[in-house]
Design a protein around this ligand. Structure first.
Ligand code: ZN
Length: 83
């Protein structure tokens, strides 16, 4: 008789990847999925926390938005302020 093994969902590994991805700091430059009306995809992070403050590198426009919304809008981090 053989025991049925169910695939185990790896929440810890998944979680750690999420944490790594969500490592944003003031001064980081990020590329967005959508372009700003001015044509720029690049934004500089000026504030982190519950809400994120970002400044458009094309026109200097400043936006505040919730972290969840910010993370969905970001495609990639172009440069880290700490490196
Ligand atoms: Zn802009």
């Amino acid at each position: 008789m053989q025991a049925i093994t169910l695939p185990i969902f790896p929440p810890l590994r998944f979680r750690s990847n999420m944490d790594k991805k969500a490592d944003y700091a003031v001064g980081d430059i990020v590329r967005m999925k959508k372009a700003h009306p001015c044509g720029s995809y690049e934004w500089e992070i000026t504030r982190v926390g519950m809400d994120f403050g970002i400044k458009c590198r094309g026109c200097g426009h400043f936006v505040m938005l919730p972290r969840t919304k910010f993370e969905k809008a970001v495609r990639e981090i172009l440069s880290k302020a700490s490196e």
